[in-house]
Design a protein around this ligand. Structure first.
Ligand code: HPA
Length: 243
């Protein structure tokens, strides 16, 4: 069963016919909210709002371990994560999509592994390619079929937040080879890999990153891009659930 983790702008899954709603308590603590199980596009899916519903948990306070464990416990066999991001690569534009294929992690102080205590042996997962390529290709194929312009590869910089970056920090991320920047891509992706859950990301660009335009970044601009772009994300999710 596919699970969807909704980010900023996706705290409710439009079109989901809810069958059950379960409070998700795990050995790692409570997930961000109830895990909804329902029918979408004729398939059973799970949905979890990463920041809670209403949207009140900031990126650095999300219990990523509980979220991933709760989805696994609820029967998830794969995860599509939706992330609002800033665009760094010049091909990015507000309300545009990217299906990234790489991650650079700049977060700190987050509980980022299931393998820290009570171990029989030390565990090092392979994370060379952090996103599941089969799942990525499903998303890319459906974006093409739906005629949705989506950048089909790129590197996601995961920053700590909750503040946005300085222009200098964005210059550094660009020098590091990063194409988009968000605050929630890690440790979520690594935790999914630790539990053997194929995981891919649909990134919705909601602003150009700091210093890349003459304007400062306003919540009003971000909300407009969320509004303009989330329909495309929903279409892509619906198509991908069927695949
Ligand atoms: N930076 C980090 N995270 C974000 C941004 C950004 O510019 N926009 C949306 N999430």
């Amino acid at each position: 069963m596919l699970a969807i983790i909704g980010g900023t702008g996706l705290t409710r899954m439009q079109g989901l016919n809810v069958i059950s709603s379960n409070k998700a308590d795990t050995r790692w603590g409570e997930a961000s909210g109830e895990i909804l199980k329902g029918q979408l596009a004729g398939q059973e899916v799970l949905f979890l709002a990463r920041h809670g519903h209403p949207h009140t948990i900031p990126p650095h306070k999300v219990n990523y371990r509980a979220n991933i464990q709760a989805l696994k416990d609820a029967g998830a066999s794969a995860i599509i994560a939706v992330n609002a991001v800033g665009g760094i690569h010049p091909d990015c534009e507000p309300a545009g999509l990217m299906i990234p294929d790489q991650i650079v992690d700049y977060t700190y102080g987050r509980e980022h592994t299931f393998f820290a205590e009570d171990l029989d042996e030390v565990v090092h997962i392979d994370f060379s390619w952090p996103y599941d390529e089969k799942l990525r290709q499903i998303l890319i194929g459906n974006a093409r079929s739906l005629d949705l312009a989506a950048l089909e590869q790129g590197t996601y910089a995961a920053t700590q937040g909750p503040r946005l970056e300085t222009a200098g920090e964005i210059r550094r991320l660009a020098n590091d080879g990063c194409d988009i920047v968000g605050m929630t891509g890690m440790p979520e992706a690594a935790l999914a890999r630790e539990l053997d859950l194929p995981y891919a990301c649909v990134a919705l660009v909601v602003n150009m990153a700091a210093g890349l335009t003459d304007e400062i970044i306003t919540m009003a601009d971000i909300e407009k891009a969320l509004h303009d772009g989330m329909g495309k994300v929903l279409d892509l999710l619906q198509a991908s659930i069927k695949s």
